[in-house]
Design a protein around this ligand. Structure first.
Ligand SMILES: Cc1ncc(C[n+]2csc(CCOP(=O)(O)OP(=O)(O)O)c2C)c(N)n1
Ligand SMILES: [Mg+2]
Length: 312
């Protein structure tokens, strides 16, 4: 619960800072998808590779990236995960297995396969590579080719496909010939799991099974998680492709509300304890914002711009 609340609060603060003009570049929030992000990462080992998408803040927080460094990165500060040079869509944290978030839709899939190939060649028996992808990205050549390659070469990859109803403004049914993404598993020889992505415990359990299956079977998995993006697609979104009622419907069924109600109705927590968890999340995010705002801006001298650049 704490981690889901940290993600939600982090996103709310990033959005506020964006509208204050403190954030360079663009922004994709994952409000409503916290269970999918946190449940998917909760069972991963620190050394498992993870490849988030353009909407990757929640996955990075779930995998253990320091929110202070993330906030600094988003605000273009020298203390950020990428020294303030990557921004929201490119958060890297190799220590926690995040080789790179990726703003190019679908482009993380071949890289996730490459990491999985490394795992296999080094005979690392207890490590997987996790590629996050979306309903829109799932129709890109890069993702389809990667699923095929992973299935053919039996790579230790988990493709986590977050079906959040839309790719920008396009409804999944208007973009996919068959919106049942589980059908792809058989084609590409992937084991397959499917879950309600707004149920944190269900997501966590499915991911635990998927990870185990990859390690036991030595072949890839597809995990389809059904969720809903409550926030707009990007920094600005007039939401003309959906109604206010639809958004409200999903707000009421959002993962944080659902899990809070469950914990209270089952007598495990009282409302005040839930509020205390939220206060703890807010305090941690507040510290991240203070840290970022007090940090110096990214170094944009010529020497710095050409450092850390790898070309072969
Ligand atoms: C190769 C490429 N094409 C287009 C874009 C612009 N773009 C950014 S996000 C997005 C939609 C992705 O949809 P989906 O995979 O469902 O992920 P979601 O945004 O719903 O999380 C598009 C088309 C891009 N970043 N990269
Ligand atoms: Mg989508």
């Amino acid at each position: 619960m704490l981690r889901m609340m940290k993600v939600r609060t982090f996103e709310e603060e990033v959005r506020r800072l964006y509208y204050e003009g403190a954030v360079h570049g663009t922004l994709h929030l994952c409000v409503g998808q916290e269970a999918a992000d946190i449940g998917s990462t909760a069972v991963l080992k620190k050394e498992d590779f993870v490849f988030p998408t353009h909407r990757g803040h929640g996955v990075c927080i779930g995998k253990g990236t320091d929110m202070k460094k993330m906030m600094a990165e988003i605000l273009g500060r020298r203390t950020g995960t990428n020294l303030g040079r990557g921004g929201s869509m490119h958060i890297c944290d190799a220590e926690n297995g995040i080789i790179g978030s990726n703003g190019v839709v679908g482009a993380n899939a071949p890289i996730a396969c490459g990491a999985a190939l490394t795992i296999r060649q080094k005979k690392q028996e207890d490590r997987v590579s996790v590629c996050f992808t979306g309903d829109g990205a799932a129709n890109s050549g890069a993702v389809l080719e990667s699923m095929n390659l992973a299935g053919l070469w039996k790579l230790p990859v988990i493709f986590v496909l977050m079906e959040n109803h839309y790719a920008v403004s396009t409804l999944v049914e208007n973009a996919s010939a068959n919106p049942d993404f589980t059908k792809r598993a058989e084609t590409f020889n992937l084991n397959c799991f499917e879950t309600d992505g707004n149920d944190i415990l269900a997501v966590r359990d499915i991911m635990r099974q998927a990870r185990q299956k990859v390690l036991e079977d030595r072949r890839p998995c597809l995990v389809v998680e059904h969720t809903y993006r409550i926030s707009g697609h990007s920094k600005s979104d007039a939401n003309k492709y959906r109604t206010a009622e639809e958004i409200r419907y999903w707000e009421e069924r959002g993962p944080i509300i659902r899990f809070s109600e469950k914990l209270i109705s089952e007598g495990m927590f009282i409302r005040q304890e839930i509020d205390e968890i939220l206060a703890e999340a807010r305090a941690a995010v507040g510290e991240a914002v203070d840290f970022a705002l007090q940090s110096p801006a990214a170094d944009d001298t010529a020497a710095m711009l050409t450092s850390s650049v790898y070309a072969d």
